[in-house]
Design a protein around this ligand. Structure first.
Ligand code: HXC
Length: 264
């Protein structure tokens, strides 16, 4: 575990999908760096466990159970956070849904479920946070995407299309809000060893080996490694960075195109 590098004392961050995996790791890392954390997700129990862990670190933590697909509920949740804590400094759009399916077998509902969570959910949370951040003249938004937003990937047409939309949204809003104090960036984790990603993307031992074999570094990321990089983008050290993507994937997407054996 790296020592805390940021000073988030007095700052408040909202992390969607904060009850598990990368979202929980980001929430805990923000708390370790002195910030107050609110986690949002569908199921209260995992959120409450994150809050317990945040409090164990001596930080303030809170949770809101709501579905990012429900724009009205998301707006009410964000407004209540600002009412309670007086500010919202950071928003991490991490909530995601995913499963691997051949495109021709993907039902309209399956397409809608993933696009609603990833693309619409990210916009709904962002539009709920924006008025508060614009009024304060400062805010940092971080969207968790995947490298297949730009290179695509068979079996993930819904998720890849939605993440590509989030990337385009990020770049658009970065320019729209650049002069008004809001920075908005993406982080693109490679395969990360979490229960959710494992179940959705490498459910069998053979699948897990295949994914590992596609990573030049030969290992999964830990959620903590992703969270550590997220802290940088949320911090003032990244004050001049907006509309950017930080890829944290062990070289996975660059290593994809291999023709023959390049030798040891
Ligand atoms: C085909 C499927 C399916 C599957 C669901 N559907 N799973 N189709 N193969 N494996 C279809 C259903 O049949 C239904 O369509 C439609 O999708 C909606 O399913 P519901 O279960 O009713 O939806 P819902 O309860 O809203 O669940 C949403 C979900 C679910 C996305 C389907 O998996 C979810 O909530 N996941 C959240 C957690 C998660 O996925 N985390 C992984 C993130 S990892 P019909 O037509 O039957 O009604 C990640 C990493 C990416 O994103 C980057 C890697 C590098």
């Amino acid at each position: 575990m790296t020592p805390p590098r940021e000073d988030f004392a007095g700052r408040v961050a909202l992390v969607t999908g904060g009850g598990s995996g990368i979202g929980r790791a980001i929430a805990l890392e923000y708390a370790r760096n002195g910030g107050t954390i609110v986690v949002l997700g569908r199921r209260p129990e995992p959120l409450e466990e994150t809050v317990r862990l945040v409090k164990e670190l001596g930080a303030t933590g809170d949770s809101v159970a709501c579905d990012v697909r429900d724009a009205g509920a998301v707006t009410a949740a964000v407004d209540s956070i600002v009412e309670r804590y007086g500010r919202l400094d950071a928003l991490v759009n991490n909530a995601a849904g995913n499963f691997v399916v051949p495109a021709e077998r993907l039902s309209p509902n399956g397409w809608r479920a993933v696009v609603d969570i990833v693309l619409n959910g990210t916009f709904f949370c962002t539009r709920a946070a924006a008025p508060h951040m614009l009024a304060a003249g400062r805010g940092a938004i971080l969207n968790v995407i995947a490298t297949y937003a730009w290179h695509g990937h068979p079996g993930t047409v819904h998720s890849a299309a939605a993440k590509a939309g989030v990337l385009a949204m990020t770049r658009t809003l970065a320019v729209e809000w650049a002069g008004r104090g809001i920075r908005i960036n993406c982080i693109a984790p490679g395969p990360t060893d979490t229960a959710g990603a494992g179940a959705a993307l490498w459910a069998t031992d053979a699948g897990r080996e295949r994914v590992l074999g596609s990573v030049p570094m030969g290992r999964f990321a830990t959620p903590e490694e992703i969270a550590d990089c997220a802290m940088f983008l949320l911090s003032d050290r990244a004050a001049y960075i907006t509309g950017e993507v930080l890829t944290v994937d062990g070289g996975q997407w660059l290593g994809k195109a291999i023709y023959g054996d390049p030798g040891a």
